[in-house]
Design a protein around this ligand. Structure first.
Ligand SMILES: [Zn+2]
Length: 384
């Protein structure tokens, strides 16, 4: 079926007639956080937090885990068995397992010296298919964490979602997803267009005619043709940009006024007028070096724009690894070491506050990415 990009909710419903859907989605997932694994937090922190809360209708809080499969074959930071165990727990507790490739390859090569910068695809169709096949082969093996040669016992047909590493998709990737019958991809950005303000984002759509977000970015930032052609029926669950709060909104969201000026001081490319940044947690902590309060204010303000605007679903792209103590020991490099303003415990606290903020609203449903599509196809579920 074809869903045209639209700023209105589907089925002719008005924004005040639909539920605000919200999905926490997590990439990579190398750090279990289990006792003995070398650091608290990680995936266990997220699963425990979900279990401590419930949706207003009593249903469990669940999310989507985009797994990088070689974390259970070549994980050099943790015993494979811990990771298998916690991935299995995520699945058993009703979270969605989705694909994030086997080995996390780059899909594009950037020429930063060109003006404007150019992007060139470096993964062809066969390269993407080889990644997918390795992912399935690893995950399909029966679940037996104590054995080295084991997986999660996952069935191919149960996997419907994919997020591209580094958000570096090219058209070959979407063709490979078409071949596999994948339902959605979750790395296409929306919200950079000048007329977008968080209250009027495009609702998720199928890429029958490509993607308006990609078309804008390719022309405005790279002067290139879009990387997405026609992929009938394949959903884009967009990576919506975050909007940092303007000065007059900072206190309401628990942070000091001047957030945008603070970001601009460190980042010459930051636009203080729109306040927009890439909608992933990594960018909050390690591109803009926010502290806990600034990061919470940014995420909560963006959520409220969706909620008070056209009720477009809210997806937040995250990394469980960032919320593990091991991250600060293993993963910081270069300027991150000196510029970082929030440690793992403070970052975890931001996630706690964000879930509480979402659940403080009426008519909100926190669910998997896959389930949002079920809601988007059923007016009875979507209506309040
Ligand atoms: Zn990743």
């Amino acid at each position: 079926m074809n869903r045209t990009p639209s700023t209105n909710p589907p089925f002719g419903l008005k924004p005040n007639e639909v539920r605000q859907l919200a999905s926490f989605t997590f990439d990579d997932n190398a750090y279990s956080g289990l006792p003995g694994s070398g650091g608290e937090g990680g995936i266990k922190f997220i699963l425990d937090l979900f279990n401590e809360n419930k949706n207003h209708d009593g249903s469990p809080i669940v999310g989507t885990f985009f797994l990088k499969a070689d974390n259970i074959t070549d994980n050099d930071t943790e015993e494979n068995s811990y990771v298998k165990e916690i991935w299995h727990r995520a699945q058993v507790e009703g979270n969605e397992i989705a694909m994030h490739t086997y080995s996390h390859p780059h899909g594009l090569e950037f020429d930063w010296d060109a003006d404007p910068v150019t992007r060139t695809p470096i993964m062809d169709l066969n390269d993407w298919m080889a990644e997918h096949e390795k992912w399935y082969k690893t995950m399909e093996k029966p679940y037996a964490p104590e054995k080295e040669d084991s997986g999660l016992g996952i069935k191919k047909e149960d996997i419907v979602g994919f997020r591209t590493p580094f958000l570096e998709y090219n058209d070959n990737l979407f063709t490979s997803l078409d071949k596999l019958g994948i339902l959605y991809e979750a790395a296409v950005e929306e919200g950079w267009q000048e007329d977008k303000n968080g209250k009027n984002e495009f609702w998720p759509y199928t890429m029958d005619n490509g993607s308006p977000g990609e078309t804008f970015v390719s022309e405005a930032f790279y002067s290139q043709k879009p990387m997405i052609s026609s992929h009938p029926g394949l959903w884009a669950l967009p990576m919506y940009v975050f909007t940092t709060p303007p000065d007059e909104m900072c206190e309401k969201y628990g942070t000091r006024p001047g957030l945008r000026a603070r970001l601009a001081a460190d980042n010459p490319d930051f636009d203080v007028n729109t306040g927009k940044i890439t909608g992933m947690d990594w960018n909050l902590w390690f591109e803009y070096f926010m502290d806990e309060d600034d990061a919470f204010a940014t995420m909560a303000y963006t959520f409220d724009l969706h909620y008070e605007g056209n009720r477009c679903p809210f997806y937040v792209g995250m990394h469980t690894d960032i919320y593990c103590d091991k991250y600060d020991k293993n993963d910081l490099e270069g300027e991150e070491i000196t510029k970082i303003k929030a440690n793992a415990a403070q970052r975890r606290n931001m996630v706690r506050r964000m879930l509480a903020h979402i659940l403080s609203k009426k008519d909100v449903q926190v669910l998997t990415a896959k389930d949002t599509i079920r809601y988007l196809n059923d007016p009875e579920l979507l209506k309040i």
